[in-house]
Every structure is written in C-alpha cells, then in structure tokens.
Design a protein around this ligand. Sequence first.
Ligand code: PGA
Length: 250
Amino acid sequence: MKNNVFIANWKMNKPFALALDFCTQHKTELKKLSSRPHTEIVLCPSFDVLFSVAEILSDTLVNLGAQTCSPHERGAYTGQVSASSLKEVGCDYCIIGHSEQRQYANVSNEDVAEQAIRLLEADIEPIICIGETKKIFEQDQAIRFLEEQLNPVLAEVTSFEKPITIAYEPIWSIGTGIMPDRDYLIKIFTWLSRIGKYKLSHNEWRLVYGGSVDPENMDVFTSINHLHGFLVGSASLDFQKFEKIVLLKT
Ligand code: PGA
C-alpha cells in the first residue's frame, strides 16, 4: 500500500468525450505522476467511460476506480453495476458511501457494508466515505456519527484481510470551499487511526481527506499524522490543479 494516494472523483462532471480527451491529452503527465515514489493516482470517472479510460492508460501506473457499485452480486437490479463487472473493466478501487450517494440514492450504512463485501470478494479496494453534516459538526457529535457510519462496514471487512481506504469527507466541506481547521482535522484523524489500529488489525488501511481540497488550501494539512492522501472533487477536473496537489504532497 503506497503512502500517498490521490483519488480524482469526477462525479458526473465529465461526459464521455471530455473524459477521454482529458486522459489522452494528459497521458504523459499522468504517467509521470503515477510513477513518483510512494504515490498512487486513482481516477474515478463515471461508469460509461471506465473501459475506454482503462485502455488509454493501460501502459501507465494510473489506477481506475468506480464511484459506487451494487450491494448485490448479480440479478434483477435494473440500473446497477456489479463489483465483479467493475473488476473486469479494469477497476482496482471503488468509492462507496459517498455523501451524494447517501443523499440521492438513499444508500444506508448497511448498504455500504454489503458493497464493501462485494468489492473485496472481487479484489477491489473499497474507498469508504464517511462524514458528518454541518448540524452534527456544530453539535459536537461528529465522532459518534462517524462511528455509526463505520461500525457496520468495519465489522464486515476485517474477515477479508485485504486493504481498505477510509475517506473522511465532512459534508459541509464538500464543494463549498470551506475547510475544517487543523486542530479539528488532527482530532478526527487521531481518532480514525485509533479505530484502524484496534478494529483493522488484519487489514492494511489508509486514511484520506476529501472536501474542497485545492492547491490553494493545502497548508492546513501540514504534519497531520495518519493522513495518507486526498479525495479530490472539483480540483481534479482541472489537470493542472490536480497535478499541483500531488506535487505539493509528494
Ligand atoms: P470537492 O468534492 O473536492 O469538490 O469538495 C470532494 C468529494 O465530494 O469527493
């Protein structure tokens, strides 16, 4: 498991042609970035482009991730995509439990646990997203809330003894330009690393932060222990910004 992982979550922002253009246009730089020591680049485009992106970047070390997957193995689930199929098209990662999936697709903590099982069965590393709302943050209840989000999924992943990534993404920071302060991040990442040590002794694990990450506001992350990378939304749509984030941290 590499120490610095940079996950580009394109959400539904790059339709087919734009996504392929991005990969073709920046292939040389992406190749270089992904060959940096201890550095891992994961691109997460929408489902429709995964296969073509995998082909374009096949001779680079760039990894491919999906943005969600079905909690089911196979069957009559119109509109869903299975973990095993994602593996076949070239995914080694998959984001699950993103707050937008929880909000718009009613994904529950139990669904996230099932998705993680399907992914680990297919040898895909789950990127498990957790994060509190502004209200919960203001009530100082974040840790209790995050623990509720994590417990069902952690109970399932331990038996697999495979790597997982946990992404802490406070909902009030996603797409808002608002960043938690350093002390708060230290508190959350110290707590998360303790969870990792006690509950994930059979897995390799990594912790990443997501929410308004931008080259202009990376100072806040200086010397935060146990932070192994970033889940980048808006800034990952612009190659120069994404590259800067990687270079500032590696
Ligand atoms: P953002 O999105 O960087 O645009 O805030 C992050 C995310 O939703 O994963």
